[in-house]
Design a protein around this ligand. Structure first.
Ligand SMILES: Cc1cc2nc3c(=O)[nH]c(=O)nc-3n(C[C@H](O)[C@H](O)[C@H](O)COP(=O)(O)OP(=O)(O)OC[C@H]3O[C@@H](n4cnc5c(N)ncnc54)[C@H](O)[C@@H]3O)c2cc1C
Length: 320
């Protein structure tokens, strides 16, 4: 078995989700008695040799500037060529934006079995069986990959980043990069906020907050905790908050260590996007709110009274 991890980066820095994928791939390589290698596309500013501490022995770079922006077709072709050049037969992605765009295409191109959204290391005791969430996180499925080349995309926040000693060898791979078919004309970045998909803590608000003028309740607590902010779908639909904050079945699916839901009822469509959170805290004035059934901790109370007290307590604790 030969493991290749795809490392995705933003502004030249490897994303946290890719470091999880690296730790995951390195763990598979270890149990298989092989080395973990990685591939990274485009221009990277950080010292890649340091990624050896995540268990990667060798990193293949294809630093062509055409690869600085995601072009799923181009990425697929280049990664397929890297797979051929390295002889890798287990390929690991994060199940993030890039992984979702590229892994299925690569699966078709390489005729490789693919499991998206894996949540645990594969069971190699009888074949190659990968556990994943199904039915919006309500159940697990164990999927056997039987093809010679296997692709897994790992759900963000499903596998801890592990570090140790080690320095990765880095070398540029000579792969033909075609002209991109897609041109990015503008990129509008949300500055100064913790990206929702990478956040360890998320503070989220629902219709119970009555209006956008009350959102300081959410943002103040998020700021004190160093958290990202999110919202329920109706909140985004009525433009109290931007759509990139909408979590749930039709929004972003997240799995932070801590999810704090304020004035959100806990409809099944909302839970579908947040029920992989490690700890869920619900603040709702209705003791019958369905969200309490999914909560690890619940506060029955008026958000307008409870939340400022929590924010103050966090600030006091942190000395801010
Ligand atoms: C096909 C489909 C897809 C959907 N996808 C999504 C999705 O991706 N994400 C999503 O979120 N929804 C989604 N929905 C909508 C979903 O069904 C719910 O309608 C929605 O989640 C409700 O949002 P809410 O909890 O903010 O509002 P509400 O249901 O109005 O709940 C507000 C809550 O706030 C509480 N509250 C009120 N005042 C206070 C106060 N002062 N202090 C504390 N608590 C208070 C209330 O008790 C109540 O529980 C989808 C629906 C459909 C049909």
């Amino acid at each position: 078995m030969s493991v290749l991890i795809f490392l995705d980066h933003a502004d030249g820095h490897v994303r946290k989700a890719s470091l999880e994928a690296a730790s995951y791939g390195a763990a598979i390589a270890k149990v298989s008695g092989t080395d973990a290698e990685a591939v990274i596309l485009g221009t990277v500013s950080e010292d890649l040799t340091l990624l050896g501490k995540y268990g990667i022995k060798k990193i293949h770079t294809v630093s062509n500037a055409s690869l600085n922006q995601l072009d799923a077709q181009l990425y697929t072709k280049v990664i397929a060529d890297v797979v051929t050049a390295t002889g890798a037969n287990v390929i690991i992605f994060s199940n993030n934006l890039v992984g979702k765009a590229v892994a299925p295409r690569l699966s078709v191109r390489l005729k490789a079995g693919l499991v998206t959204g894996a949540v645990a290391l594969p069971d190699l005791s009888s074949g190659f069986v990968v556990k994943k969430n199904v039915f919006s996180g309500k159940a697990f499925a164990n999927v056997s990959i039987n093809t010679p080349v296997k692709i897994i995309s790992l759900n963000p926040n499903s596998f801890s980043i592990t570090t140790g000693e080690g320095v990765a060898a880095v070398s540029e791979l000579n792969v033909t990069v075609d002209a991109p078919k897609v041109t990015v004309t503008a990129t509008n970045k949300v500055e100064g906020e913790v990206p929702l998909t990478e956040a360890e803590i998320v503070v989220s608000g629902g219709r119970g907050l009555k209006g956008p003028e009350n959102w300081a309740l959410v943002t103040d607590l998020a700021k004190a905790l160093g958290a990202a902010t999110a919202c329920s779908r109706p909140v985004a639909d009525i433009h109290w908050r931007p759509h990139h904050e909408h979590v749930g079945q039709t929004g972003i699916a997240i799995a932070p260590n801590l999810y704090i839901a304020i004035g959100i009822s806990g409809a099944i469509q909302h839970l579908a996007g947040v029920n992989r959170s490690k700890t869920i805290v619900v603040i709702n004035k209705d003791p019958e709110a369905p969200f309490f059934k999914a909560a690890d901790y619940g506060i029955v109370g008026d958000a307008f009274e409870v939340v400022p007290k929590i924010t103050e307590a966090v600030k006091k604790l942190k000395g801010i």
